[in-house]
Design a protein around this ligand. Sequence first.
Ligand code: NAD
Length: 462
Amino acid sequence: MGAITIAAPLPATGLFADNTFRAPGGPQADEVVNPATEETIGRVAAADAGDVDTAISAARRAVDAGPWSRLSPRERSDALYRLAEVLASDYDRILAVVIAETGCPVTAARAHQVGIPLRHMEYWAEAARRPKLMSRDPVVTTRANGSGVLGSWVVRREPYGVVVAITPYNFPFLQTVMKMGPALAAGNAMVVKPSPLTPFSTFLLAEAAQRADLPPGAFNVVAGGAEVGDALVSDPRVDLVSFTGSAAVGSLIAGRAATRLTRVVLELGGKSALIVCEDADLAQAVRAGVQSATYHAGQGCALTTRHLVHRRVWGDYVERLTEELRRVPVGDPTDPRTGMGPLIRPMAVDRVDACVHEAARRGATVAVGGSRGEHPRGYFYQPTLLTGVANTDPVAREEIFGPVIVAMEFGTEDDAVELANDSPYGLAGHVLSADPARAFGLSRLHQPGCTVRRLQAVRLRA
Ligand code: NAD
């Protein structure tokens, strides 16, 4: 595996604290590999305990002594607008780096990996301008003796303080921006730890913070894996942990943070349902179905990977979906004709393949896919559709995080809702019907006692 040249220079890496890049103290350097070519893009040295301390101390100072915490809303907004401008001027480079480290096809990456987060950054720059203090109308309360009490009140928005952000590998730039925008707009200072699989996008943000001349300590970055993440979460000087990643790691982090009563925000995995009603436009449904499995090779939390299809259209839907999945161009993510790129690492390919083959051994039918395909290099897996699976089967319950759909048949709407809600996850859900009112109504149904897992989103298709 040789180093490759990507279209744009990589950012500096290491410990980013107080707006300065420093050599990290950690002994190990994580190799960052382009999953489409298997070539090494670069190496990023992990932080050690001293680096974690330096980064948190920088953020703490920015909160406790300023200047970041002392800026007026307008000054903070101006700083974030400068950051948004620097990032917008670096669009092509960000796109190249994100594609090289994630393997996400360029057509999807343009919008979702880079374009949308850039718009988010502008939104938060504007939001930072909102006044911290809002007065409310006075309220008169009547006492028992008939006299009145005039109460007046204000709402004052306060930052939490030091926010630790831990992000997953699949949307590295977007995930960091989605945490950075609101946290900084509210006046928090941050320490971010990106995934060691895709760290460069976050260091692009560090570089941009430096170029935009953000006050020292407002935005800090440390590299590394579980050990560094754990050190951040365990530090008593942290006021809030914002984590996006797997349910397994989220639960570890929640446990760790609970021992110090640190606030935690968790955004975790999914096994979301796509309900195809008998009146749905099948061509549209199949397009949505293909997208749900192939988008970033199935490496998305809210993708609909369980397709629940009405008995009357089941045969037709499965036949058309199989045909369309077979046609998806899998390959080079830099080619705009590519529909699906690689998985992140060989381990991910092995895991997906094992899930599919174990399901087949238990009786599932592999309607299409179920193999790595013919690729001279890269961590590819073919779009795969499994049928003949019960909702109790592990392949219908666990997040596979690869291009694998499990399709199941239902007879009545009640059956569809019951199947959709019978899942350990509850992140998203889609209903496809020709009748928007029906789709909306169906999306609101849930089984008694299952409020957390009910369908939480609806995409209407008339
Ligand atoms: P992961 O849970 O393996 O890792 C996420 C981050 O946590 C990484 O930065 C990792 O280094 C760090 N980490 C690992 N162990 C840790 C520990 N003990 N303490 C602190 N930090 C630790 O997730 P991943 O494989 O990078 O990403 C895929 C997962 O993320 C999927 O489950 C996906 O559904 C989920 N995800 C959820 C959303 C959402 O918004 N709900 C968005 C994207 C991804």
